[in-house]
Design a protein around this ligand. Structure first.
Ligand SMILES: Cc1ncc(COP(=O)(O)O)c(C=O)c1O
Length: 484
């Protein structure tokens, strides 16, 4: 099979392969039940990595154009098995908060509290748990098989490993990032114990006690607590439906000259918002103008339902952006494998910090992730998760429309596992959470995600639950909101 590739093009190679095969299918050059070349053969013919072909085949599989037969390869689907080409219409977001900058006088966050609450919620199996920030356990049978295969290299776990992480794993992560539009190489990557460790190391490395740091308000409460522990001075710039308010960002960069901007550009936690390319470029231009570093933490990026714009790091020519990622949201949080892409002189300093912190990330966990990535299970798993979560998101949005009072607004994220609900100002968040808990409905209190723990009353709801749970939980929450 001939596949012309343009290696200079912005479009990733795997998408070029996917598009070519898609074209051959739609024009009848590849008929139903024809077998595609094996991954190895096509990789050799078009001179690309096997992982790239696997990505292309998996993308075709996700579109319903081909099917994988265990041990036999990939086959073209007949037209009646193909998914419709047009995506389901997106239900509009109604989120539109007031634009208030938050500067906490005393750091108050509650990550430890909310972590313990989430531990407790796991011991209440009869409740409906909307508060979870992690995916629910799926595919544990696969994990057992893959873990057994990964343990074949257990003898190497006795050797001292590279502090920046296993080279083969870093090459695989670099491939994934290239497919997300970030041209990078294994040398730029440092594998960490979850992305939380990357965030801690970065805060330790870059922040001095009197430094200001800009965060989005709301933002990931785990990082807010890391900042509080280090007595960092935080400026919370409000989120608009398009991302961090850039007008206010410019104003506070001018007045406070912060050292760092922390942003979650794709599937922001907790709002689920993904910024567009022009927002990303403008944010970077501001960081350059005021000589600020940027931490781009895209924990949920692989769970996007659509192709996302390249990360801010992709436009960075002055080594000021550090990109942080994780496998916690797509594989298992318990593996504790995350990473950061650091270019320029800070890479070796951060690698040394990692070495002195804990030598390296668990070799066993790295081996499991490596096996996942090389076997194609990862891509298949992502496809399954995205299809499932997309249905569940639509289900939840429809339930919100039916059951919530009209003065409540929400975001409609294009991926991930949760959406963000803004409640009317007069509503007591504590009363809503308590009344919901009394009926065994657990919700994520929005207060934890604001630097001051104040902000407007809001809830973060995980939409990856079953339709029955979503229906019942949203109905109960709706009736509480009509009475408080
Ligand atoms: C935005 C964001 N960053 C980082 C993390 C930390 O994830 P982990 O340390 O499990 O990789 C989380 C976890 O919820 C998150 O939501």
């Amino acid at each position: 099979m001939k596949i012309p590739l343009d290696r200079q093009a912005k479009k990733p190679v795997y998408l070029q392969i996917r598009d070519r095969i898609q074209h051959l299918i739609h024009t009848g050059h590849l008929s139903p039940d024809t077998q595609l070349p094996s991954i190895r053969t096509l990789a050799q013919t078009v001179k690309v990595n096997k992982l790239t072909v696997l990505e292309a085949y998996s993308a075709l599989e996700a579109d319903g154009l081909v099917r994988a037969k265990q041990g036999a390869g990939y086959f073209i689907n007949p037209p009646n098995l193909r998914a419709p080409l047009t995506p389901a219409p997106l239900l509009p977001s109604t989120f539109n908060p007031a634009q208030e900058v938050l500067i906490p006088r005393h750091g108050i966050t509650s990550f430890t509290e909310s972590y313990h609450a989430s531990l407790q919620s796991h011991s209440q199996p009869d409740s409906i748990n909307f508060s979870q920030g992690f995916p629910f356990a799926i595919g544990t049978d696969d994990l057992q098989r893959i873990a057994r295969r990964a343990m074949k290299e257990a003898h190497t776990f006795f050797h001292p490993g590279q502090p920046q992480g296993d080279l083969a794993l870093r090459s695989q992560i670099a491939q994934l990032l290239i497919q997300q539009g970030l041209e990078t190489s294994p040398e730029n990557l440092i594998v960490t114990n979850g992305s939380m460790q990357a965030l801690s190391l970065l805060a330790d490395h870059f922040l001095s006690p009197d430094d200001w740091i800009v965060v989005e308000a709301p933002s990931y409460h785990g990082f807010l607590s890391i900042l509080q522990q280090r007595n960092a001075k935080v400026i919370g710039i409000p989120m608009t439906p398009q991302g961090m308010n850039l007008r206010l960002l410019a104003q506070y960069l001018e007045s406070h000259r912060p050292r760092l901007i922390y942003t979650i550009s794709t599937l922001h936690n907790p709002t689920g918002i993904t910024t567009c390319t022009s927002h990303r470029r403008k944010l970077l231009a501001l960081a350059e103008q005021y000589d600020c570093l940027v931490i781009e933490d895209n924990a949920y990026e692989p769970l996007s339902f659509d192709i996302t714009p390249p990360p801010i790091k992709a436009f960075d020519t002055t080594d000021r952006v550090i990109y942080v990622g994780t496998f916690s949201k797509t594989l298992m949080p318990g593996l504790r494998v995350g990473y950061m892409a650091v270019t320029g002189k800070e890479n070796s300093a951060l690698t040394e910090r990692k070495l002195l912190h804990d030598f390296r990330t668990s070799a066993a966990s790295q081996a499991i992730v490596k096996e996942y990535l090389s076997s194609g299970h990862y891509r298949r798993r992502l496809n399954q998760m995205r299809a499932l979560y997309r249905d569940r998101r639509d289900y939840m949005v429809n339930a919100l429309i039916r059951h919530f009072p009209p003065n409540v607004t929400w975001t409609v994220p294009n991926g991930g596992t949760f959406l963000w609900i803004q409640l009317p100002d007069k509503v007591s968040l504590a009363d809503v959470c308590t009344a919901a808990a009394e009926q065994k409905i657990l919700v994520g209190s929005g207060a934890a995600f604001f630097p001051t723990q104040q902000g407007y009353p809001a809830l973060r709801l995980n939409f990856s639950l079953s339709p029955e749970q979503i229906e019942r939980g949203v109905q109960v929450l709706g009736s509480i909101l009509r009475t408080v």
